[in-house]
Write a protein that binds this ligand. Structure first.
Ligand code: TYD
Length: 225
């Protein structure tokens, strides 16, 4: 991986609200994010946290409209267009929801995708470059990142096999070729190398129960230690 200007990496902060946490889940198609998010939400609610699950793009009415605009786009968008749209949805989600909700004690925000999706999808797979994406995140509120990110990692073969079994219609990104999906893995792996403190890589090739137990122990460590 080419060297990244460290000032771009050191610019990020996690919002400081005692007793409340912000986490994100990342991974390629078939990694099992959605299943795990549902289980982790239940687990944390049983521990008396107020848990709010958000998705990107989305989570605000503006963000949901942008989501439709991107994922249903009939034409191929320029990667710069894509990246700015995702950033706009993110800035709105952060100010309208994340920062407001974290103000309430005992709140946990779980975001299904966040910054690392833009790095992997637009930065690497769509070729914009990691530095370009990081530069777009230098101003508030885009310089805010989760306390922890769980990257559920699977390889291309596992992803393709799980997609075949699900047999669902494919959207704007899902319908791209295998090399696109390989680049996504490369992009996520680069994120994990760049943000070693924030990103925890979880082996997603294991059974759903094993992945859940691993996530649970990581989350316990974050919250209860
Ligand atoms: P979604 O249906 O939520 O995908 P998944 O269920 O796999 O999480 O659609 C979101 C799509 O948008 C997904 O293909 C990833 C893509 N995306 C980006 O390309 N860049 C981004 O910054 C974000 C947040 C998502």
């Amino acid at each position: 991986m080419k060297n990244i200007d460290p000032t771009l990496l050191n610019n990020f902060r996690s919002p400081a609200f005692p007793g409340s946490f912000f986490m994100s889940f990342e991974g390629i198609e078939g990694a099992g994010k959605s299943t795990q998010i549902v289980r982790i939400k239940e687990y944390l609610e049983d521990r008396n946290f107020n848990v709010i699950v958000l998705r990107e793009p989305g989570g605000t009415s503006f963000g949901e409209r942008l989501r439709q605009a991107i994922l249903n786009s009939e034409k191929d968008l320029h990667p710069t267009t894509e990246a700015y749209l995702f950033c706009s949805a993110r800035a709105q989600l952060l100010t309208e929801v994340v920062l407001q909700e974290l103000n309430e004690p005992n709140t946990i925000i779980i975001c299904d995708r966040f910054l690392d999706s833009t790095i992997a999808y637009q930065g690497v797979a769509r070729g914009l470059g990691i530095e370009s994406v990081l530069k777009m995140h230098t101003i508030f509120p885009l310089n805010l990142v989760p306390h922890k990110t769980f990257y559920i990692r699977i390889d291309l073969e596992t992803s393709l096999e799980r997609q075949r079994m699900r047999n669902l219609p494919k959207d704007y990104f899902e319908s791209r070729d295998d090399s696109f999906h390989s680049k996504l893995i490369e992009g996520y792996d680069a994120c994990a190398e760049l943000f070693t403190d924030r990103i925890k890589v979880i082996d997603g090739s294991k059974s759903a129960d094993e992945v859940y137990l691993k996530l649970k122990s990581e989350i316990d460590e974050l919250i209860f230690n």
